[in-house]
Design a protein around this ligand. Structure first.
Ligand code: SF4
Length: 389
């Protein structure tokens, strides 16, 4: 369906039960890291004022005010904005949205440049959860990833952030070219020395269009062998589990009670608002994504025109399959009774052949009232989950 066939903003305004989660995308970074395919521009701070005006116009398209339980500002690097621009961003989103008194307000940040003024500004606008792109505590790995900070800076920032925010989450990357198992192990050990309650770990992927993808194709870079990458993932699962920060999602670990509430909305296939270039939303059964080209998104909204890349009204069957696909990401899996109450059908029956095959081959299991991936299944999650789409 063409994006122009769906007015997603009218769909928000007409929704009986508007989403309770809000995402805002900030597409600015100091440097474009070679592996990154997120929606962003590097070294284009001149665009920030126009971006903030465009964002104001996108928020103004909503009628009325909305209450939410979670806000997540992601990027890019949101903390690349100046403190005055961060305050302006907060004014824009609070012009339409109110966060519940026990709400979760997350912001993504990079260690470089995260000084006390920025932390104070974030606390001042209500941020209570900081998601830090530490990626590694190995200087060589950080260099390969083209990150601007050093392990010492990351340590310092993490310690100061812990004093300022209720939750500090660390992002880590494994499977980086040249990264050894010992290097990864040392990073895992360094994290466990810190009083951290949430960690996200991602295996490096070579996305089409990135510099890393080009270098891989030209033989200038080697991918990590599958077996080593699997061992690295297994080490994270085992070590964080032993340290009281168990895996609760394919890529996420948390001390019980510290799971990211905003991301749980995605994995539970609930609906959410989203603003900014490349931002994806799910409202009134419609999934839609804003234009990924930052300049195009800005220019459209400066003229008051919606800048959508794609929009799709999900059928009842698609909603069910998505809920299975997303729910299997969670370590707890899918609540079988809850699924029946919500969709009026049995989760195992829906994809009978796939479900039975994976129950037999030991990649899926029914545990109590939940259908979930087994510990072996988590290593083949993409394959198993794709069978349900
Ligand atoms: S800082 Fe993060 S968002 Fe920005 S280019 Fe690097 S990986 Fe991508």
């Amino acid at each position: 369906m063409k994006p122009s066939d769906i007015d997603v903003y009218a769909s928000v305004n007409n929704s009986d039960a508007p989403p309770r989660a809000l995402y805002v995308h900030v597409p600015f970074c100091l440097h474009h890291c070679g592996y990154c395919d997120f929606t962003l521009v590097a070294d284009r701070d001149d665009l920030v004022p126009a971006y903030l005006q465009a964002l104001t116009n996108e928020f103004a398209r909503l009628d009325g005010d909305f209450d939410v339980d979670t806000i997540f500002i992601g990027g890019g690097t949101p903390t690349h904005l100046s403190t005055a621009q961060l305050e302006q961003l907060a004014e824009i989103l609070f012009s339409r949205f109110t966060l519940s008194s026990d709400g979760e307000f997350s912001v993504e940040a990079n260690p470089d440049g995260l000084n006390d003024d920025v932390m104070k500004t974030l606390s001042g606008i209500g941020v209570n959860r900081l998601s830090l792109g530490v990626q590694s505590f190995d200087a060589e790995v950080l260099k390969t990833l083209e990150r601007q900070h050093t392990p010492a800076v990351a340590h310092d920032v993490v310690r100061r952030a812990i004093d300022s925010f209720d939750v500090v989450s660390l992002d880590l990357i494994f499977g980086v070219p040249g990264q050894t198992f010992d290097s990864w192990n040392a990073t895992l050990a360094a994290v466990q020395q810190l009083p951290i309650t949430h960690v996200s770990t991602y295996g490096l992927t070579f996305e089409k269009g990135t510099d890393f993808f080009r270098r891989l194709r030209h033989g200038q870079m080697n991918a990590t062998p599958d077996e080593l990458e699997r061992d690295m993932y297994a080490a994270a699962i085992s070590q964080f589990g032993s340290a009281g920060v168990p895996q609760y999602e394919i890529s996420n670990f948390a001390t019980p009670g510290y799971e990211c509430r905003h991301n749980m909305v995605y994995w539970q296939a609930d609906e959410y608002f989203a603003f900014g270039p490349g931002a994806a939303r799910y409202i009134n059964g419609v999934r839609s994504t804003n234009a990924r080209n930052v300049s195009r998104w800005i220019n459209c909204w400066l003229k008051g025109e919606a800048a959508l890349q794609e929009a799709e009204q999900l059928s009842a069957d698609e909603k069910i399959r998505e809920a299975i696909f997303l729910g299997l990401r969670l370590a707890a899996g899918i609540d079988i009774n809850g699924f029946r109450d919500r969709f009026g059908c049995d989760v195992v029956e829906i994809a009978k052949d796939s479900a039975e095959r994976h129950l037999e081959d030991g990649l899926l299991e029914v545990s109590g009232n939940h259908l979930r991936l087994t510990s072996d299944g988590r290593f083949l999650a993409d394959t198993v989950m794709a069978d349900f789409l």
